[in-house]
Design a protein around this ligand. Structure first.
Ligand code: PHB
Ligand code: FE
Length: 329
């Protein structure tokens, strides 16, 4: 394993015949052509569809490497150590491990963050929005054609307390640029009435979460709508496939608010299949800390992801002081 300095320096070469730059992170190289992203490392090489690669890269960048592991697919991805990030190939894939073809590169977060942002900016063509559902975006493919910086620099929305309290009203969606999504046309837009005791007007709040989510323009991008110490409520709207396979470093809870998502659950380290979870509206699931999962949403659906953001949890789980599952039945 090599460790690079933390200076945010972007190494790009290029443009190739299709107009795309190539990038280097340690001994890992990234390049793309009209259809594919290519990832090469000293003991192997990998190819992914350019659209799937950009959708995964977009989440990794927007979430600043998220909790634990972000697998772009069964081979390449990142592990967040909150200050440094491992860029890996084959590390969480039994076959690559057994053949000793896997590779890990430990990088300072700024180095990998800036390089990933530069790849995303250069490889995203005009009209392609990696956050949008396939039905609501143009094509990722072809020779380099313009850019879409407005789409790729969106961040997930983060409330400080709860959406709708003073200070967090700007986070609420309205008709200005936030139309109700085509698949949520039947969602009531009524808002609850709040009658607070005098003096408590800024403390008591209520809002229609379904109406709020019905206006989300992005898919598979949880937004933090309430914060109570380490407890984060992160609802999101989902359509098509979660572009990453998430290997968590803590348990997380899912509450299916509408429609249906099918989850593929695998062993976090080997990728061995563990279960298939079909969640229908009203279902609640706890995803344990020793798995990885990828969701499939046949129709746009609403999902509440409930996270405990405590920085102590990964160590408590890896040292065995905390169980990896939050409940025993
Ligand atoms: C997850 O990995 O838990 C996850 C990520 C993004 C979503 C939903 C769930 O939109
Ligand atoms: Fe997850």
């Amino acid at each position: 394993m090599t460790t690079l300095a933390t200076a945010p320096e972007v190494h790009g070469t290029g443009p190739n015949e299709q107009g795309y730059l190539s990038f280097v992170l340690g001994s890992v190289q990234f390049s793309r052509d009209e259809y594919f992203a290519y990832i090469n490392w000293p003991t192997g090489r990998h190819v992914m569809s350019a659209d799937a690669f950009l959708r995964a890269l977009q989440r990794d960048v927007a979430w600043d490497f998220f909790y634990g592991i972000v697998n772009f697919d069964g081979v390449v991805g990142t592990v967040n150590h909150y200050g440094t990030v491992d860029l890996f190939a084959g590390r969480y894939n039994d076959a690559y491990r057994k053949a000793e073809l896997d590779h890990v590169e430990r990088l300072g977060t700024p180095v990998i963050r800036e390089t990933f942002k530069a790849i995303l900016a250069d490889w995203t063509n005009e009209g392609f929005d990696p956050f949008a559902s396939p039905e609501e975006t143009g094509s990722a493919f072809g020779p380099k054609r313009g850019e879409n910086n407005a789409a790729i620099t969106r961040h997930r929305v983060t409330a400080k307390r709860i959406v709708s309290l003073p200070g967090d009203e700007p986070l609420r969606n309205d008709d200005n640029g936030h139309p109700v999504n085509r698949m949520f046309a039947d969602v009531s837009q009524d808002e609850p009435e709040v009658h607070a005791e005098p003096g408590f007007e800024g403390e008591v709040t209520s809002f229609n979460l379904f109406a709020y989510l019905s206006r989300s323009q992005v898919t598979w991008n949880p937004s933090v709508v309430s914060v109570c110490r380490d407890s984060l409520y992160c609802p999101t709207t989902e359509e098509y496939i979660l572009p990453i396979i998430h290997g968590n470093d803590r348990a997380e809870w899912f509450v299916q608010l509408s429609d249906e998502i099918i989850w593929d659950v695998e062993d976090r380290d080997s990728g061995a299949k563990r279960s298939k979870v079909v969640m229908k509206a009203g279902d609640v699931a706890a995803m344990p800390a020793d798995i990885r999962h990828q969701g499939y949403s046949p129709k746009r659906s609403m999902l509440l992801v409930w996270e405990n953001a405590s920085a102590k949890i990964p160590e408590l789980i890896s040292s065995g002081k905390f169980p990896s599952q939050p409940v025993d039945f």
